[in-house]
Design a protein around this ligand. Structure first.
Ligand code: NAD
Length: 274
């Protein structure tokens, strides 16, 4: 149902998944199990979302074999540093009630703390110990990527960053492509800001798809992995319908022109929240 993208460590990742940010802890198990039964195979969570116990419970409730599901979690800012990261990862696995995750990310670089390099070394250790099958980062920019690669020789498998039609990050994506890093788009729908933009509406009319599907398909065609969030079954189902239609080159070009370099979320050069 979903395409796979190769990772630079020999593994692969479903190009489409679903995200758990702001999904209430009390309903996370149900949302997760529903999404997996509908056909999703990647669950994007984080310690900071406060719902990882439900993430694990939903995975078990789905009845799917563990190896069929790609589980992501992230190390929060206040857990950065070598030893703290090792402890935080173990605590996440305990809440998830899993013995490994498929992908462990550093949630934000927090350049002011200057701990992301030690944190990256801890992720390398956790991969060696089999607690994370693949390791990557989130919200990193080129200088931080260059530094951790240069210091450790280990290139992140993936960088999860804000990308939507108003914030397309072409320079960062080109850097990822050069280094073999998968780009994964967060807030891919851009808080609906582009739903009414003419290029989106025109492509939606031509394909008979919704604006959300057109935008998510645009992510697929730029080669990014994408993790939309919906707590409604109809929304989850709609966002799965991305692999049976194609945007034309002209449509892709008109959507590219919507880039304004404008973020929905925080600026990663300054975001240091604990
Ligand atoms: P999103 O772009 O997925 O949008 C979610 C919003 O769009 C919700 O209000 C939802 O109801 C609505 N929506 C979903 N499908 C729709 C559809 N088909 N039609 C109309 N509306 C629809 O935004 P998000 O949740 O911010 O981002 C997705 C995921 O990315 C998160 O859940 C989280 O896992 C991840 N994320 C990561 C970071 C990070 O720092 N690494 C930051 C933000 C989000």
């Amino acid at each position: 149902m979903t395409q796979m993208l190769p990772l630079n460590d020999g593994r692969s990742i479903p190009q489409l998944g679903f995200g758990l940010w702001q999904v209430p802890a009390a309903s996370t198990a149900e949302t997760t199990a529903t999404a997996l039964r509908l056909g999703y195979r990647l669950v994007d969570g984080a310690a900071a979302y406060g719902n990882d116990a439900g993430q694990g419970e939903g995975i078990r409730a789905s009845g799917l074999p563990r190896d069929d599901i790609f589980v992501t979690t992230k190390i929060w800012n206040s857990d950065q540093g070598f030893d703290k990261t090792l402890r935080a990862a173990e605590a996440s696995l305990k809440r998830l009630a899993l013995d490994h995750v498929d992908l462990l990310l550093i949630h934000w670089p927090c350049p002011g703390k200057d701990l992301y390099l030690d944190t990256w070394r801890a992720l390398i250790r956790l991969r060696e110990e089999g607690r994370a099958r693949s390791i990557g980062v989130s919200n990193f920019q080129e200088p931080q990527l260059t530094r951790i690669i240069g210091e450790t020789g280990v290139t992140p498998a993936l960088n999860q960053v804000e990308i939507n039609p108003r914030l397309q990050q072409p320079v960062l994506r080109a850097f990822h492509a050069k280094r073999g890093i998968v780009t994964q788009s967060w807030t891919p729908l851009g808080q609906g800001h582009s739903f009414d933009a003419e290029p989106i509406r025109a492509a939606a009319r031509r394909t008979g798809r919704s604006p959300a599907q057109v935008i998510l398909r645009w992510h697929i065609q730029i080669g990014a992995a994408v993790i939309p969030r919906s707590t409604r079954e109809a929304g989850l189902r709609e966002n799965l319908g991305l692999f049976d239609f194609t945007l034309t080159e002209a449509e892709m070009a008109t959507i590219a022109a919507l880039d304004e370099g404008q973020r929905c979320g925080p600026d990663p050069t300054r975001f240091e929240m604990d």
